[in-house]
Design a protein around this ligand. Structure first.
Ligand code: GDP
Ligand code: MG
Length: 300
């Protein structure tokens, strides 16, 4: 059985029920992780792991601005933020006539080349015949792949949504350890810190589709040597981003690793051995495609 995974963005004007839907999709098992909302563009909102799939929900803050104030530059940034996204979900309130803000959300999705679903939320509060004209209206705005009426509140069609999302995701790796979401928030914090250093160091050169995954978080020497061994994989979208990230002779990645290690040591209160690998998301299956990188030992 193939494993599917990917990054899914939830868009839509405030109050359409995005948070409610996310909680409903994730259930109680999953924590909402956003340790550093200010510093990351595509912020991790939660991870849904199934036997056959993993859905990583991300938030793209740029899309919350009114489109009227989205200049060309901002639009470019939003496009970039959506670049690493495998699927965009636009959530609208089916109980309200579509407004300018809904159309703005659609405009953003149109700027994004990938697949998108339109979710008509709050169907528990409307008369069903009202749905069809609403769907037609949105169909006129954009060629969404799916139009899905649902209720985040009652859960109606939410399981169906999950199935449709999974069906639409590419084959991919398990980006996040499925069992560690609530148990080990420090893993995510650690990954976020590395990601932040990448963004700081590469600026606009590497788009925000970068994903950092903690491969091992080894605490076996924590007591005896006050040492944590962290292995992380940095996923980039394109082959040339790998080179940018690594830099000449590995200099750039080394800088990223050192900055991250210092912060991690402060945060975790232990010495940290950090190893970073860079992979493109296309070649994740290919061991040859993995570039093993410099590691940073502390005091060894
Ligand atoms: P967000 O701003 O898009 O994240 O929206 P929220 O998730 O915060 O929800 C906004 C309001 O809509 C809250 O009062 C929710 O309880 C309500 N809401 C969300 N989903 C549903 C739904 O399916 N049906 C109904 N009736 N209300 C909903
Ligand atoms: Mg919300």
């Amino acid at each position: 059985m193939s494993f599917r995974s990917g990054f899914v963005a939830l868009l839509g004007r405030p109050n359409t029920g995005k948070s409610t839907l996310l909680n409903r999709l994730l259930g109680t098992k999953v924590a909402i992780v956003s340790p550093r909302p200010q510093t990351t563009r595509a912020r991790l909102q939660g991870v849904l792991t199934r036997e056959n799939a993993q859905i990583v929900f991300v938030d793209t803050p740029g899309v919350h601005r009114p489109a009227s104030r989205l200049g060309e530059k901002m639009m470019e940034a939003v496009r970039e933020a959506l670049e690493g996204i495998d699927l965009a979900l636009v959530v609208v309130d089916a109980g309200r006539p579509p407004g300018e803000e809904d159309e703005q959300a659609v405009a953003l999705v149109r700027a994004f080349a990938g697949p998108s679903f339109l979710l008509l939320n709050k169907i528990d509060s409307i008369a069903k015949p009202a749905l069809l004209p609403l769907i037609e209206r949105f169909r006129g705005l954009h060629a969404f792949e799916e139009f899905l009426p649902l209720s985040a509140l009652t859960g109606e069609n939410v399981k169906l949504l999950e199935e449709r999302i999974i069906a639409r995701l590419p084959e991919g790796p398990v980006y996040f350890p499925p069992d560690t979401l609530t148990d080990q928030p420090e893993r995510f914090l650690a990954a976020e810190i590395v990601r932040e250093k990448i963004l700081l160091e590469t600026r606009q050169e590497v788009p925000h589709g970068v994903a950092v995954v903690v491969d091992t978080f080894d605490e076996s020497e924590a007591e005896s040597r006050n040492l944590l061994r962290l292995h992380m994989v940095i996923f980039v979208e394109k082959e040339n981003h790998k080179g940018i990230l690594i830099g000449a002779g590995g200099a750039r990645l080394k800088k990223i690793g050192q900055a991250a290690r210092l912060e991690l040591e402060k945060l975790l209160g232990r010495r940290v051995y950090l190893e970073l690998l860079v992979k493109t998301r296309e070649d994740w299956r290919d061991r040859e495609g993995v570039e093993r990188l410099v590691d940073w030992r502390h005091g060894e």
